[in-house]
Design a protein around this ligand. Structure first.
Ligand code: UDP
Ligand code: MG
Length: 316
């Protein structure tokens, strides 16, 4: 099979028939063999009825339905697990992404050898309250992830080599960072294609402004786990040891100063009267706490069933 189109959706009943027809039209015109996997993320409207209705007319349509709403990432992950096509396309259900982009995206994967191609909504039809934070968000993501050529990490329209979606695990709200997840799994040929974007025709957006706060927190998590997830001691141990040593030296200095002054008959103050003593104490306490955190982290990492899970590309 050439293409799997994975569509996560939550309360998008009005858009679904139009979206399906549009995808079918494009597939037919290009002679692709395909499947459309609708992942109903616990919709409370008629979405699931609409999907089962559509599937009756076209055997290429498959559906999965969650009993409750989990979020876009779990929906994508579920669709990915079922995708059989050589190229997997994800797109939003709200008609903001255009199926007309599919053939070009497909070619970039099959002919140009990309592992992942992300859409770039250069001209967006979204309110300013969304586009400005998005710019900032993408600039940060580019820096932190080191994927310099992406302008739109969170574009719903993306294409993947099948192998990529089978190797990444999208959970929580991590759909915003799929290119980074792919990179962390060793898929580095990541490209971008400018795509058309439309204003939402039916229904309303499912994400509020909290997406930006959560987005940054998730980025911090991914960066940290990507860098130190397997060796937490390298982070906490270094920081902890440095702080402890600094505190220890400071305590020794405070003590020596007192002894020196005492010995030479100068005026001296008690160690516990010196503010530096408390600073040094704090440093030593925090340092050993951090060190311990690293140690506990190592114990956790050591017991992870995935500690020896490597991405093997080929073997003979
Ligand atoms: N979506 C989902 N589960 C959710 C929220 C959203 O499956 O909990 C789907 C939604 O139906 C749509 C896509 O994710 O197909 C993108 O959502 P939306 O269009 O609301 O996001 P925006 O375009 O505002 O970023
Ligand atoms: Mg949308």
């Amino acid at each position: 099979m050439d293409i799997s189109v994975v569509v996560p959706l939550y309360n998008e009943a009005e858009s679904l028939p139009e979206l399906t027809q549009w995808i079918e039209r494009v597939m037919l015109a290009n002679n692709f063999t395909y499947e459309i996997i609708f992942v109903n993320d616990g919709s409370t409207d008629r979405s699931w009825e609409v999907i089962t209705g559509l599937a009756k007319q076209n055997p290429c349509i498959k559906g999965v339905s969650f009993r409750r709403n989990y979020g876009k990432s779990p929906a994508l992950n579920t669709g990915f697990a079922r995708a059989q096509g050589d190229v997997v396309i994800t797109m939003d259900a709200d008609l903001q992404d255009s199926p007309d982009e599919i053939p070009a995206l497909y070619k970039m994967i099959t002919d140009e050898g990309y592992d992942l191609v992300s859409g770039y909504k250069q001209k967006r039809y979204d309110p300013l309250s969304k586009t400005i934070p998005t710019k900032l968000f993408n600039a940060t993501a580019r820096r932190v992830t080191g994927i310099k050529n992406l302008h739109d990490f969170n574009c719903g329209l993306k294409a993947y080599r099948n192998k990529v979606v089978k190797h990444i695990e999208v959970y929580g709200d991590m759909h915003r960072y799929i290119p980074y997840l792919a990179k962390l799994s060793g898929f580095t040929k990541i490209g971008e294609k400018v795509v058309h974007h439309q204003a939402r025709k039916y229904g309303t957006t499912k994400f509020g402004l909290d997406r930006f706060v959560n987005g940054y927190l998730d980025l911090a998590t991914l960066w940290f786990t990507g860098k130190f997830g397997g060796k937490p001691m390298h982070f906490f141990g270094l920081l902890g040891s440095l702080m402890f040593i600094l505190g220890f030296i400071a305590v020794v200095v405070v003590g020596c100063v007192k002894l020196y002054n005492m010995h030479h008959g100068n005026h001296y103050i008690l160690v516990t009267d010196s503010p530096y003593f408390y600073l040094a104490l704090t440093l030593m306490l925090l340092g050993s706490q951090l060190f311990l955190a690293g140690f506990v982290g190592e114990l956790v990492a050591r017991n992870s069933p995935r500690r020896n899970d490597y991405e093997i590309d080929s073997e003979f």
